[in-house]
Design a protein around this ligand. Structure first.
Ligand SMILES: Cc1cc2nc3c(=O)[nH]c(=O)nc-3n(C[C@H](O)[C@H](O)[C@H](O)COP(=O)(O)OP(=O)(O)OC[C@H]3O[C@@H](n4cnc5c(N)ncnc54)[C@H](O)[C@@H]3O)c2cc1C
Length: 371
């Protein structure tokens, strides 16, 4: 028996952020989760807090969310570092993409700085020579999200959040849920924030798994200050086919976290040695000295992709008092705080600080009907 105003399904970074934001508004929240808080895609991710600009709606959401992260009291828990992102163009044909990125970011009021090859060699001496330009976005950062998910559920002692793991929801009901263990729980509202598995409960969401590998090196003396990413990453993240892009993150321990790749339609967690080898090889092509640094461990995770690449955030039109916050693909750690604020505002019937229409889950039903 719970006396919750709201049931939140999922204790990844999205569900935990929503629970915390609702509790801050005075609501009593109960979180149900199969896994421990912060497990799932959240534990597998890189934790790069990054403004992505390939889609105007995504730019709006990620820009606002980064502002919210920077004001969050949980940055220390998440070992936040404001390392910024250094986007790289490898050849002349990529200069236009880097210039476009610079223009879109500047138009959105995001500070960024063009770096020529000489300055690039000073900014990041371990990068190979011959890169044609860089774009530094100083406001991006890195966060260890699983710890933040735990912290968010502790609610700063207000006692408005209860949570249980090992609690799998089998079905959504009007104003409540049915659990695998036979219980039925009721509440004024239900928020489905179960990542990829949200589509098991609502098949109309038609989420698409996009599996990724990551590898972490031993501690090393290689100097790296920024998260360095090739400018082709955006296209790789949004394309419909398997893809690979150089993406390297310095960890506080002196280790380097190597990404990133996407295998579309794959939701298994097995390591694919060929894909892992290609990913590490691409990193070595950008940072040659990496070839001498041992890789300690590799793992996989599955990004919850949606058909149009945007998350679903808002009221579910087919079931009374059910809300959705899922489908954040490779940007859910970045966009969790803004997602939570959109849900809070919409539940309270208030205007949202950014246009929430592009994220309206009703579009999934409309597409389904048209198909
Ligand atoms: C390799 C990789 C790299 C990434 N890098 C980044 C990055 O650098 N920056 C970034 O912003 N994002 C990144 N992401 C994306 C990010 O990790 C995800 O978008 C985000 O973690 C999604 O969070 P979530 O809370 O929606 O889902 P999850 O973290 O998957 O949590 C889902 C929750 O739902 C629960 N659940 C599922 N089904 C049920 C059920 N039936 N009943 C009860 N509970 C249920 C699970 O137990 C879990 O608690 C990356 C992802 C991957 C895989």
């Amino acid at each position: 028996m719970t006396r919750a105003d709201v049931l939140v399904i999922g204790a990844g970074i999205v569900g935990a952020s929503i629970a915390s934001a609702l509790a801050a508004e005075g609501r009593q929240v109960h979180v149900l989760s199969t896994l421990a808080p912060g497990d799932g895609a959240t534990a597998a991710g890189m934790g790069h807090l990054v403004v992505l600009d390939d889609d105007p709606a995504e730019l709006d959401l990620s820009r606002w969310s980064l502002e919210l992260w920077r004001d969050s009291p949980h940055l220390a828990t998440g070992e936040y570092r404001d390392c910024g992102t250094l986007w790289l163009a490898t050849a002349d044909h990529e200069l236009a993409a880097l210039r476009d990125k610079q223009q879109r970011l500047q138009a959105a009021g995001i500070g960024c700085e063009w770096i020529d090859p000489q300055a690039l060699a000073v900014a990041e001496p371990s990068l190979r020579r011959g890169l044609v330009a860089g774009l530094r976005v100083a406001g991006d950062g890195v966060l260890y999200a699983p710890r933040v998910a735990w912290a968010l559920l502790h609610d700063e002692g207000r006692g408005r959040i209860t949570w249980e793991s090992g609690a799998t929801v089998r079905a959504l009901l009007p104003g409540g849920v049915q659990l695998d263990d036979g219980r039925r729980l009721d509440a004024g509202a239900v928020v489905l924030a179960a990542g990829l598995d949200s589509a098991r409960l609502l098949p109309e969401l038609r989420f698409l798994p996009r599996k990724g590998h990551l590898a972490i090196t031993d501690r090393c003396a290689l100097p790296l200050r920024h998260q360095v990413v090739e400018v082709g990453y955006g296209a790789s993240a949004h394309g419909g086919a398997d893809s690979l892009a150089f993406n390297l993150q310095p960890r506080p321990t002196g280790q380097l976290l190597i990404g990133s790749c996407r295998q579309v339609g794959r939701d298994d967690r097995t390591i694919d040695p060929a894909m892992l080898g290609r990913m590490v090889g691409r990193a070595v092509a950008f940072v040659p000295a990496l070839a001498d640094v041992p890789v300690l461990r590799a793992w996989t995770g599955v990004r919850p992709g949606s058909a149009d690449g945007r998350p679903c955030i808002g009221r579910w039109p087919l079931l009374r008092d059910v809300w959705i916050a899922a489908g954040h693909e490779g940007l859910g750690i970045t966009t969790a705080p803004a997602t939570a604020q959109l849900i809070v505002a919409q539940m309270a019937g208030q205007a949202t600080p950014i246009d929430a229409t592009p994220f309206d889950p009703a579009r999934m039903v409309a597409t389904e009907a048209a198909a």
